[in-house]
Design a binder for this molecule. Structure first.
Ligand code: DMJ
Length: 489
């Protein structure tokens, strides 16, 4: 298998032209007169009775829900604007701004922008764009985490550029992409975890498959839009070098040394630190038509199903196992693993996706909102927090798209009602310290805008809100679309 890609954007001038997605706003005036249906009552009964039946969601109710999601996103945006403007994130309980590093990189506005644009929130998206264009500088003498910066900022800027046509966003993305490139200069081509944005000094030689293999969508799009193949080539090599070190079944471990290429932890699972590596194998094929990625995906997903999948009395799950021996090490599943039904459905395995989403619903209903992780054999919470994560909503959205079954909107309604009930705060949305006590935590990650609100909205909005088949979401839910044909490989 060649380690280098043959991707060549066909023409830099035509590929750099902005495109617009087909967007249609909801008819707010019409929605305002619709009766607010008895969602609170539904939620109360749903969480009190184990596996209570899901009542169908009518089109009219779905439209009301979409409008409510929009209003909740506006509420959280208002809190960010009032108390944390210009900072990376809002601390929603102490009502203060918070920065990840010594200087703000505007994580929240950049991550939020594609959602604000998709929701048709003009005032909010305009002010976010102006803030980004006038304040965001990547010329900062500080090390940053390549993975998070790529999925939230590079992906966010590119997607928002495609949705708005604002060329200033693409210029920021290109500046950022150049500054991130040194991460790939390891002996193996696997990226270091951190890079200093000004000096290019790299650090962090122990990485994981999510960090080495979740770059191809963002870097590949940058190649498409700038006509510079280097970004795609470096990210593709990192993906292939990760895959080459997988087990015979195509399953990867949880920690890898980017200098030696050796595994430092062989614990295999589909959760945080690994999850989006598998996701990008498939999405690299979907977005770029890269046949090598398809081959790697086909092999890997068969291995994941064989080595990690498990039918138990409590449902169908994916647990942990040693990547080499296949020995089960943990029967653990959680909020991050809940992206898997979406990926399975996207990859064509709707039956397995449906089964897994039913298990996810059981996890959610244990305490009326999902924990970070639990033991699926004992149905006992292991890590009790809820970080406002989107994955289970993302899966409901994909399954609704593929099946048309209103059951997934009904699940989404249950998730949304609990999300509002337990996480809404005066200034925005707050994570939970413990799903059993529902005590809130002073944290509102930017992905609540990029992903959680977006997937809720798209689940309830009419299909015309976004042409699903024309885009591929990066792992942070930023929709990306090819602007020019890729050369045949
Ligand atoms: C997001 O930053 C991305 O989805 C990432 O792939 C893992 N999950 C978080 C949100 O839960």
């Amino acid at each position: 298998m060649s380690q280098h890609s043959s991707l060549r954007p066909s023409s830099s001038s035509s590929s750099a032209r902005p495109i617009r997605f087909a967007l249609k706003g909801l008819c707010v005036a019409a929605l305002a007169v619709l009766p607010v249906l008895a969602t609170a009552a539904n939620t109360a009964s749903a969480s009190s009775a184990k596996m209570a039946a899901l009542q169908p969601v009518t089109e009219a109710e779905s439209a009301v829900l979409a409008q409510r999601v929009k209003e909740e996103a506006q509420h959280a945006w208002k809190g960010y604007k009032q108390y944390a403007w210009g900072h990376d994130a809002l601390k929603p309980l102490s009502k203060k701004g918070h920065d990840w590093y010594s200087a703000s990189l505007l994580m929240t506005p950049v991550d939020a922008l594609s959602t604000l644009l998709l929701m048709g929130l003009k005032e909010e998206s305009d002010e976010a764009r102006e803030l980004i264009a006038s304040q965001l500088s990547f010329d900062q003498d500080m090390p940053v985490q390549n993975f998070e910066i790529t999925i939230r900022l590079l992906g966010g800027l590119i997607s928002a550029y495609q949705l708005s046509g604002d060329a200033r966003l693409l210029a920021k993305a290109e500046d950022l992409g150049k500054r991130l490139l040194p991460v790939f200069e390891s002996p193996t081509g696997l990226p270091y975890t951190h890079v200093n944005l000004r000096t290019g000094k790299v650090s962090g030689k122990v990485s994981n498959p999510a960090e080495t293999g979740t770059l191809i969508l963002e870097f590949g799009m940058l190649s498409q839009l700038t006509g510079q193949p280097i970004y795609f080539e470096k990210a593709k090599r990192a993906l292939v070098e990760t895959y080459r070190r997988a087990s015979a079944d195509g399953v990867v471990g949880s920690a890898i040394n980017v200098e030696t290429g050796r595994w430092e932890r062989t614990d295999a699972h589909i959760g945080g630190g690994i999850d989006s590596y598998y996701e990008y194998l498939y999405k690299c094929w979907r977005l770029f038509g890269d046949a090598e990625c398809k081959t790697m995906w086909d092999h890997s997903i068969a291995g994941v199903n064989k080595v990690l999948g498990e039918e138990t009395k409590t449902g169908f799950w994916y647990g942990h196992a040693d990547m080499n021996t296949g020995r089960r090490t943990k029967t653990q599943y959680g909020a991050l693993d809940a992206f898997m039904p979406a990926l399975l459905a996207l990859g064509g395995d709707v039956p397995r996706a449906k089964k897994l989403q039913e298990s996810g619903l059981r996890m959610w209903r244990l305490h009326g909102i999902e924990p970070e992780s639990m033991d699926y054999r004992r149905m006992k919470v292991l890590s009790p927090e809820y970080a406002l994560r989107p994955e289970i909503v993302e899966s409901a959205y994909y399954l609704h798209h593929y099946t048309g079954d209103s059951r997934y909107r009904a699940m989404g309604r249950e998730f949304f009602e609990a999300f509002v009930r337990y996480c809404r705060s005066e200034a925005g949305y707050a994570a939970l310290k413990d799903v059993r006590t529902k005590v809130q935590e002073d944290s509102m990650e930017s992905f609540v805008f990029a992903e959680t609100f977006k997937y809720f909205y798209l689940l309830f909005a009419p299909k015309s809100a976004l042409d699903f088949d024309a885009v591929t979401f990066n792992t942070e839910a930023h929709p990306l679309r090819l602007t020019a044909p890729v050369q045949a490989r």
